[in-house]
Design a protein around this ligand. Sequence first.
Ligand code: ADP
Length: 318
Amino acid sequence: MEAPPEHCPGTDSTEAGKASACQGCPNQQICASAKPAPVDPAIQLINDKFSGIKHKILVLSGKGGVGKSTVSAHLARGLATDENLSVALLDIDICGPSIPTIMGVEGEQVHQSGSGWSPIYVEDNLAVMSVGFLLPSADDAVIWRGPKKNGLIKQFLRDVDWGEQDFLLVDTPPGTSDEHLSIVQYLKGSIIDGAIIVTTPPEVSLSDVRKEINFCKKVDVPILGVVENMSTFICPNCSTHSDIFPASSTGGVRAMAEEMDVPFLGSIPLDPSLARCADQGLSVYTEHPESSVTKVYLDMVGKLIVKIQNDSEQAMET
Ligand code: ADP
């Protein structure tokens, strides 16, 4: 086949070979007679299930253990501190679904109704669903390796009955694997507002985060912000802040975000009280309302809301 014309509708389009741009194209006959690739019917079902959700946000990280689930959970809790907002949190981190523990709903049973699985409400305005609810124990995550993973993710996106929500945060598996491509493809039709990328400062996770940013750019998912986690340590005894990773060795996450032209959302200190809250399923906002971590989270939530509002307004203007 020769090079396509400038406004080529694409071979998957129903317009392939029929659009005005196709006139005179040497491939016109081939395209017009080719059958378009079948669209996965699950995508329409997912669109329908997500149609009541105003804003959808993916939370990504290059590696496991950088605090992605903790950030997802606390951003969700932070958004839900505004009782006028309804917030949902979906955990499809099949490698290690930790959201039930962090949200204090470990061992809960999900219920099924005619319209799908009902999420578990942690607060009146905070709904949670996790692949972890389907596993008899955390150690069983291993059974989801291989081709079953995509099927499970699809099922989760398709079968949860979210109803009306202002925000949905999706805690995804770490890395940029096939699952991420599937997630983006399944959600594409229902418009993702963007992704939040979580990282720790050392070079190795920064290079992973660069991959993550490039992945988003490639699949056309806007980056809402990069979060730096566990950069400084706050001593529980004397409240002194100590840098764990010297910024000079990496230039820091903020510098990397600037260099890659993506927003920097904030820097969360390593704080044992946050780890304790996460382990015990408690909210840092109610347990430690005055702590630096809580302030950083509330600041990030505020920035996120402003960014999403601005992006939505811009999208309406164009
Ligand atoms: P991931 O989802 O990236 O695998 P988690 O969110 O499960 O990572 O976090 C890994 C561990 O680090 C958990 O025990 C969590 O409580 C802890 N943790 C995450 N962020 C912080 C922080 N800012 N301060 C202290 N502990 C943290």
